[in-house]
Design a protein around this ligand. Sequence first.
Ligand code: PGA
Length: 247
Amino acid sequence: MRPTLIAGNWKMNGSLQSVIELVEGIKAGEAGKVKLVVCPPAVYLMKVGGMLDGTDIALGAQNVCDAQAGAYTGEISATMLKECGCEYAIVGHSERRALYQESDELVAHRFAMAVASGITPILCVGESLEERELGVTEAVVARQLDAVIEQQGIAALVQSVIAYEPVWAIGTGKVATPEQAQAVHEFIRHKLAALDQQVAERIQILYGGSMNATNAGDLLSKPDIDGGLIGGASLKAVDFLAIGQSV
Ligand code: PGA
């Protein structure tokens, strides 16, 4: 059995005060049987990392630079993230791909840098509404995965988490049905199994896109859905914790 992982992607939300309150709320509550990860905006990582010391809640970053150090204005290295206490880093979120033109190749380099530094990348993949309507969901997800596999080899995925996030479900309130999500998760696992059975069995595949306490139970009951990457519903401690409790 793969352990369930519930990761909160806070995106560019909050203030120092609200972030402190959110962390305090999560720490004070009951997560149930799941592993929790929180991914605050980068400027709050150090603060949140300190607050999470001695708890079972893990810290994650929302991105990681593809280079080690140097002239990369605005970027943050994996080593710096480690110093803040990050165990995870989201890579290839659809907002990064769409709004900041991060290519499959760049995402694969970011993924590699995380792995090399002992940070578990949460690799986001997923199709747009147009792609779903065109019937190319699997081709899109396969292309996004292949970019990493071809560059890094299948073995690199042992130390990673995948998040299937249909772009049309992110922040829209339009959640994928458990059947729709399960079908893509199963496709991903079969694709990996063709290359390495062990990787496929062990890797956690999260669903992301308007997941909340109401729909989480049904999604998480599917055999290939091993957790969630939560945006909006991770910004309130009670809502976030309720997702964990729904398992
Ligand atoms: P959402 O975001 O839960 O607000 O849809 C999910 C994500 O972007 O990771």
